[in-house]
Design a protein around this ligand. Structure first.
Ligand code: NAD
Ligand code: TYD
Length: 351
């Protein structure tokens, strides 16, 4: 089996669903269920004994050691993190605890487990760390996209904590020989995305008749990747990535935020027009910019393509249409997330 941390969050849950559909191999899923963890994301796995869920902290060394010994995974994939830049600005402490201290504790537990493996189990074991392009800092308009050789220049508490975790992972390979792989991915979007992030926030606010907040001039550029393409990239890196290597994952979809917001509005105009027939773009409101807002991210994913033959399957146009449709088709998921009812569901299910 494989051991996933953070598998009730946006990307982790998509990965678990995707993994079980594609590979069929069992998954042990450790997630603390912070506000971002939602077991409703995994509701389709109810009764599927290939999925074992444990509520807990990746920094709980005793729990993690016990889970490793009991389940004997062939790989550990670390998705768990505090992931929202705006939250990291208001309260960085949790980011340091989970992303830095938690990753350190996880690495130590995994190192002890891996050290006790023998023969091919030891040789084939992998620790895959899921990280972000934000560790590389911000690009100007004309600079080339981030390659794996780009220097680390994190600018937010979130990206600094992820950068620190990447460095720990690197050091555990170089110092202790732990067989690690690191992926640095651009902005994801798709189903089960918590509506504090740009794309789901715009969709749910638009439908609720609320304003669509665009930070600053809206000309900040992100490089968008459909979440299922991220999942396939991680599967490929786990399968064939060279130990100790870093792979950048991106969708070749650089877009200014304001274009993203207009695209979502146009899709909603088509798929769920406003009652008054007016355009959703009327709800766009420019608001005060995020402090230290990175101007542009862009990923050069050629290494992953050339070495491992991975390419995204979705264009932005196909991925964003699927995403908007998913939110329109899943009003209960949206309502439960917004009301906090998903947390009550967890209580009912797990206590
Ligand atoms: P998310 O915030 O949606 O989910 C994070 C999950 O981790 C949640 O289920 C949460 O309960 C869990 N978690 C948090 N602290 C924990 C702890 N101490 N112990 C155990 N579980 C804990 O985040 P996401 O968007 O799914 O991101 C997953 C990973 O991918 C993160 O490491 C993030 O840095 C990285 N990443 C995200 C993006 C993106 O666009 N969302 C892009 C690149 C990389
Ligand atoms: P976000 O989804 O928070 O991802 P990240 O900060 O990790 O890139 O934000 C994506 C972009 O959208 C980012 O440039 C900030 C901007 N943004 C807004 O303009 N308005 C919003 O309400 C949010 C949440 C983000």
């Amino acid at each position: 089996m494989i051991f996933v941390t953070g598998g009730a969050g946006f990307i982790g849950a998509n990965f678990v669903l995707d993994w079980l559909a594609a590979a069929g191999e069992s998954v042990l899923n450790l997630d603390k269920l912070t506000y971002a963890g939602n077991l409703e994301n995994l509701a389709t796995l109810d009764g599927d004994d290939r999925h074992t869920f444990v509520q807990g902290d990746l920094g709980d060394a005793t729990l993690v050691a016990e889970l490793l010994t009991r389940h004997q995974p062939r790989a550990v994939l670390n998705f768990a993190a505090e992931s929202h830049v705006d939250r990291s600005i208001h309260g960085p402490e949790d980011f340091i605890q989970t992303n830095v201290v938690g990753t350190f504790r996880l690495l130590e537990a995994v190192r002890a487990y891996w050290g006790g493996l023998q023969g091919s189990a030891k040789e084939n074991f992998r620790f895959l760390h899921v990280s972000t392009d934000e560790v590389y800092g911000s690009l100007t308009k004309d600079e080339p996209a981030f390659t794996e050789a780009h220097s680390y220049e994190p600018n937010s508490p979130y990206s600094a904590s992820k950068a620190a975790s990447d460095h720990l992972v690197r050091a555990w390979h170089h110092t202790y020989g732990l067989p690690v792989l690191t992926t640095n991915c651009s902005n994801n979007y798709g189903p089960y995305h918590f509506p504090e992030k740009l794309i789901p926030l715009i969709i749910v606010n638009a439908l609720a008749g609320k304003s669509l907040p665009v930070y600053g001039d809206g000309m900040q550029v992100r490089d968008w990747l459909y979440v299922k393409d991220h999942c396939s990239a991680i599967r490929r890196v786990l399968e064939a990535g060279r130990v100790g290597e870093v792979y950048n994952v991106g969708g070749w979809n650089e877009k200014p935020n304001i274009d993203i917001v207009h695209t979502v509005c146009t899709l909603l105009d088509e798929l769920r027009p406003r009652d008054d027939g007016q355009a959703y773009s009327r709800q766009i409101t420019y608001v005060t910019d995020r402090p230290g807002h990175d101007r542009r991210y862009a990923i050069d994913a050629r290494k992953l393509e050339q070495e491992l033959g991975w390419k995204p399957a979705e264009t932005f146009e196909t991925g964003i249409r699927k995403t908007v449709r998913w939110y329109l088709d899943n009003p209960k998921w949206v309502a439960n997330v917004q009301s906090g009812a998903y947390r009550a569901w967890v209580q009912k299910q797990y206590t």
